[in-house]
Design a protein around this ligand. Structure first.
Ligand code: NOJ
Length: 950
């Protein structure tokens, strides 16, 4: 008896423990020990120590860097010469300097090292590695904007040299000869300074002198600390560093600026924090070394999967920026004084190469940075709709069942995804014959409702004798090599793997061949690609990636190219998708996890393996916004959170947030419970459905925003400072966003049990609730907007015309010829304006005029539609296809009272024989809600010029 009571007591305790364990999400945090801190990364430690030393010495510090004025030349907008680095009383190292001034008003400073450039150095350990500093990052990243200024002028003065450049030569670069430094001035003010703190550090090549014996060490006293020069061991991996120390470092001060943004990817606030300690600050510099960081932490400067070394500084009415073009591991320290933001950049290898932008507005930075690195690709229409993913849909029948269920519950979606389990034995370009016996049948079912399939293809290739792709990779010499020049082998999803080396043109050519329909069997034209693990992720490699002394095509060390490695792979896939079949040219869609500047030309990105927590939901907003202002706006986060199971409320709020990500995809880890929206019980299912439908309703506005991004680089969703650059109180706000130029302002709920959100309004324009037109007005303060679970808090700023499609359909493809609704949101002067861009959403015909671009304007009492497109050879054919697409409704918000007795409007369409009329309904409202009118079926063509007179 006693024994059984004891037993049941234990059983109870045990059960309680299990129950308790299930209720609590295990406390997951990143394994810090797997990733370097600054003091575990030799060059980071050295550069920080150098900065400390210089700062401590103050004016007694003697800079070793001096501009050699004898060899200074200025020709065609380019200043060339040498910086001399004094390394001993008798020895100076030559560092070739080039400062280029471009027509665009951007300047570029490049510093190299003569000895490495000419190959006059020795490489240790018999390594085949190249001798030069890496100088090919440009070939992966820069696509234009390098036209040199014809009007820039040069004037050598005593102790400094001055160059006037930029618009009407109103910019000024002052290059000081000793110590070498450069300041960039605009409007008579200094905005950006290079090396004014004397942190410049170009680690010149030196021969390794064997370590002195113990006795000698004493005699040598305070010799430089060489301990991290020749070899570095971390986590059991040793980097042989055949070229010794070669980092480059530079301080960059933004004079008069207090906010800096950019340098994604970090899980941190949009306005970057200081990194040298103190309350609320980081202790570590922001790191950029593309890595697969398992269970990444928030509010951290730790590196993540991608990097864009573009930073912009912002103050009232002025934005300036720098772009640090270097593909090696890079860290950035940030320290703010009362007036300035001082940053300190250092990279392990490569040239020093920095572009300086003088703004003056955030959109100037977007445009000029885009001119250099390319604008975002205009994606296919489906790509900006809703994507349904999980690791994994387990069979082709499973996929078809999910597809049917979306229809059954009338939830729109465009794309379903297959993660690595569709493969036969984790071999890319194959299908598991047991679980996916009929991929074509599955794709055909999807195609019936214009839906697409995305399958994952990673850069690691299973290392297996009998796998033909592995055999080809190796026999053709297309794999990345280890430090000894043999094929590099590591561990990833398939087990033992080798990595395609996309720096090699022959490897790209081969990769292209693998995607041809007769090679990648089981795929139809509605199949697109997900490139994951391309940092590259190597499970048994140092910091979960490749050894730095691995060798790529041209014998560049992996160290040199690490951060561009991911995009070389995506570029190859992009090329392959373009060339699947002759004559079948569709815009490729590729999702990538790893990225660098330039990735926007070919792909979308997502923020990797987040977690189903409210904190991760909240962090997704600054992360997506940051990508947007950093030239790579096609960004999103896993809706629902990748790891763990979200509560119903969290999942619902995540959908309501995810509809504002330019890339909108739900995804989940293999160990999570199924959470397709139709599985969630009511009322959540309907609420999620409404949220997804809101995304679909606004697809015309989204597509127009994507188009804008594709021609001038403006973000698709924009942060507060970007839209209101004069309003200082809004600069740090990163939890609300604007959709393109539509005036739509959303503030997603990212906390539990919320019933309202505070939306910050910068200007004194009227803002209207999206659904009931409640008016919010009052500049420079927060307004409480109701946000019960069923409500997505969204406002519309007065002064815009928002294009919508209001008929719910199964997929965006099925909405192609649906009629439009135009929502005219009047401003305080009774005016509004907006644009709409439409093309076939699939091909490249838009590049030859196959599109419409309209401007809608409401002025006086007339709404008009005007053509703002540039016509081309495809225009007529395209116009033909959408000739029948009409406007079925016009809603005018804050309609004047005088309209209350009107019942009709006059409609005049260009080319029509006579004017016609349409009915108007006036809704008076009250109770803080704006009156509005609805014009039913004005029956004007969306592609036509017309006027509606109220
Ligand atoms: C890592 C990716 O981040 C994740 O989204 C994916 O599900 C897994 N790899 C498996 O492919």
């Amino acid at each position: 008896m006693a024994r059984s009571r004891l037993l049941s007591c234990w059983t109870l305790l045990f059960s309680l423990a299990i129950l308790f364990g299930c209720l609590i999400i295990p406390g997951v945090t990143v394994k810090h020990e797997n990733f370097k801190k600054c003091d575990q990364s030799g060059f980071c430690k050295r550069n920080r120590a150098h900065a400390d030393d210089v700062s401590a010495k103050g004016s007694s510090f003697t800079s070793p860097y001096e501009l050699d004025t004898f060899e200074l030349a200025f020709e065609n907008g380019q200043l060339s010469g040498n910086i001399l680095k004094t390394v001993s009383p008798t020895e100076k190292k030559k560092l070739p300097l080039l400062i280029s001034f471009f027509e665009s008003g951007v300047a570029r400073v490049t510093v190299d090292e003569a000895k490495r450039l000419t190959g006059d150095i020795e490489i240790r350990h018999g390594s085949q590695a190249r001798k030069e500093r890496y100088n090919e990052a440009e070939s992966w990243v820069i696509v234009g904007g390098l036209e040199l200024s014809k009007s820039a002028t040069f004037s050598p003065e005593d102790g400094y040299t001055k160059v006037l450049y930029g618009p009407n030569n109103t910019y000024e670069a002052v290059i000081r000869h000793y110590p070498f430094s450069v300041e960039f001035n605009r409007d008579g003010q200094t905005h950006v300074q290079l090396n004014n703190k004397n942190f410049l550090n170009v680690e010149h090549w030196r021969r390794k002198v064997e370590a002195p014996t113990e006795g000698e060490q004493d005699v040598l006293g305070d010799q430089e600390d060489e301990s991290t020069w020749w070899e570095e061991t971390f986590g059991g991996n040793t980097d042989s560093k055949p070229r010794g120390p070669e980092s480059v470092g530079l301080d960059i001060t933004f004079t008069g600026y207090n906010h800096v943004f950019g340098i994604p990817e970090h899980a941190d606030s949009l306005s970057l924090r200081e990194t040298r300690g103190g309350p609320g600050n980081h202790e570590e510099p922001y790191r950029m070394y593309n890595s697969d960081v398992f269970e990444y932490e928030l509010n951290s400067p730790m590196t993540l999967y991608g990097s864009i070394p573009l930073m912009q500084a912002h103050r009232k009415d002025s934005t300036v920026g720098v772009f640090w073009l270097n593909a090696a591991e890079t860290w950035v320290d940030i320290v703010k004084s009362k007036t300035d933001t001082q940053t300190h950049w250092f990279s392990e290898a490569g040239q020093l190469d920095v572009f300086v932008f003088l703004g003056p507005s955030p959109s100037d930075i977007s445009r000029k940075y885009g001119e250099l690195t390319g604008y975002t690709q205009l994606p296919q229409q489906f790509a900006i709709a809703y994507h349904q993913c999980r690791w994994n849909y387990v069979t082709d029948e499973d996929v078809k069942e999910v597809d049917r269920n979306f229809d059954k519950y009338q939830i729109p979606y465009d794309v379903i995804w297959l993660d690595i389990e569709y493969l036969d034995d984790r071999k890319y370009f194959t299908w598991d014959p047991l679980t996916f016996p009929n991929p074509i049948g599955m794709e055909e079912q999807l195609d019936d409702s214009e839906r697409k399939l995305v399958v994952i293809i990673d850069p690691h290739i299973k290392n297996q004798e009998k796998f033909d792709i592995s055999k080809e990779l190796k026999s053709k010499g297309l794999a990345t090599k280890n430090k000894d020049g043999d094929i590099y082998e590591g561990w990833c999803w398939p087990g033992s793997s080798n990595w395609i080396d996309c720096f090699n043109p022959a490897a790209i050519k081969w990769w292209i061949g693998l995607f041809k329909y007769d090679r990648f069997k089981g795929t139809l034209p509605n199949v697109f690609i997900w490139n994951d693990m391309n940092e590259p992720s190597v499970f048994n490699g140092p910091e979960t990636t490749m050894p730095k002394d691995n060798l790529h095509h041209g014998n560049w060390e992996h160290r040199d190219v690490h951060n561009v490695n991911g995009i070389t792979f995506v570029n190859a896939t992009y090329q392959a998708m373009l060339e699947r079949k002759k004559g079948e040219i569709r815009r490729p869609f590729i999702l990538t996890r790893s990225f660098y500047a330039g990735a926007q030309r070919t792909s979308a990105m997502w923020t990797g393996d987040n977690q189903a927590t409210w904190e991760h939901l909240a962090m997704s907003l600054p992360m997506v916004l940051n990508n947007g202002i950093s030239g790579y706006p096609f960004a999103g986060a896993d809706v629902g959170g990748f790891f763990h199971n979200p509560s119903k409320e969290l999942l619902t709020r995540w959908y309501q947030t995810g509809i504002w990500y330019p890339f909108f995809r739900a995804h989940a880890h293999i160990d999570t419970r199924r959470r397709e929206p139709y599985l969630i019980q009511e009322p959540f299912r309907s609420i999620i459905t409404q949220a997804i439908r809101l995304r679909y309703q606004l697809l015309p506005a989204w597509y127009t925003a994507f188009h804008e991004a594709s021609v001038n680089g403006t973000p698709i969703v924009r942060p507060q400072f970007y839209v209101h650059p004069s309003d200082e109180a809004g600069f740090a706000i990163d939890d609300q966003l604007y959709l393109g130029s539509t005036g739509i302002l959303a503030k997603p709920v990212v906390s539990e049990d919320a019933t309202a959100v505070d939306i910050y309004i910068a200007d004194d324009e009227k803002y209207y609730d999206y659904y009931d037109y409640t008016v919010y007005q009052g500049a420079g303060k927060k307004h409480s907007v109701p946000a019960p679970i069923e409500k997505v808090p969204v406002l519309m700023q007065g002064g815009h015309v928002i294009p919508r499609k209001d008929r719910p359909r199964r997929s965006s493809g099925l909405m192609k010829y649906d009629p439009y609704t135009l929502v005219v949101v009047l401003d305080k002067n009774g005016q509004a304006e907006g644009t709409l861009y439409v093309d076939d959403g699939e091909t490249f015909d838009y590049q030859r005029g196959g599109y419409i671009h309209r401007r809608f304007r409401f002025e006086g009492s007339t709404l008009s539609s005007e053509d703002i497109a540039t016509h081309g050879p495809q225009t007529a054919a395209y116009l033909n296809t959408i000739a029948g697409v009409r406007v079925e409704r016009v809603v005018v918000i804050d309609a004047p009272k005088e309209w209350q007795d009107r019942t009709t409007v006059t409609v005049i369409e260009d080319g029509a024989k006579a004017s016609s009329s349409a009915s108007l309904e006036y809704h008076a409202q009250g109770d803080g809600k704006a009156p509005y009118v609805v014009v039913k079926n004005p029956n004007v063509g969306i592609s036509k010029a017309w006027r509606i007179e109220f």
